[in-house]
Ligand binder design. Sequence first.
Ligand SMILES: Nc1ncnc2c1ncn2[C@@H]1O[C@H](COP(=O)(O)OP(=O)(O)OP(=O)(O)O)[C@@H](O)[C@H]1O
Ligand SMILES: [Mg+2]
Length: 252
Amino acid sequence: MGGTQDVERPAGGLELIDVHKVYGQGGVAVHALRGVTLRVAPGEMLAVMGPSGSGKSTLMNIIGCLDRPTSGIYRIAGEEVGVKTDDELARLRNRRLGFVFQNYNLLPQLTALQNVELPLVYQGVRPARRREAALRALRAVGLEHRLHHRPAELSGGQQQRVAVARAIVTEPDVILADEPTGSLDSASGAEILAMFQALHRAGRTLVLVTHSEEVALHCERIVRLQDGRVVNDEPVPADRRRRAAPPGGDAA
Ligand SMILES: Nc1ncnc2c1ncn2[C@@H]1O[C@H](COP(=O)(O)OP(=O)(O)OP(=O)(O)O)[C@@H](O)[C@H]1O
Ligand SMILES: [Mg+2]
């Protein structure tokens, strides 16, 4: 989206400078990130790849303000995360970030609508506005006919669509997805990728972890990690870029 260019640090930009993450201490310490420097422009759609244990989820947890770097600098929209209190961090997370996980992470006892409303409950949004926004988000993912179903009553693809609705209901600048298609068949995966590409076209920043080259080719750029370091960082050439078919025949 053609936003104004005179803003010095527009909303969805991410900046990591020499970020390290060490879990544990002493003999059992695991050095999960070893000096990651990475800039993601606002509105960019980025894939993060790398072998198991290379630090992808650790990186996502830091980008998502779920965890802090052991050292180094992380800025989101120009705001330095390291200097914030836990409360400030929680607010930043709620305001700017949306999360999608491999296993959906929906609350089993809540309906689709209630799951999507939840981030707005935490924001203190009033019930009527909350419901309206959740309905809009569920409509955007094509689930207006499943509002009162609980997760166990939905297919995996539908559960992930609820998770996408929950991620976008707060209208975050940045959407983070760790293996969002990892548990889905290829048709359901393609639907999720089509939604991410639509969000990208709407100006959101997306960072997506995947083990699949095919999924990664739906992004603009691929960053590869190995042993906690960025070993490769390249744009996806236009002629290799994949476009996910928008959901057509929904087998609802
Ligand atoms: N909470 C933790 N405590 C201790 N070590 C951890 C913790 N989380 C991750 N690690 C270690 O940090 C390293 C990076 O883990 P991470 O989960 O980031 O890998 P990953 O690239 O996401 O792997 P996968 O593809 O299997 O999901 C691994 O060696 C892992 O064992
Ligand atoms: Mg992981």
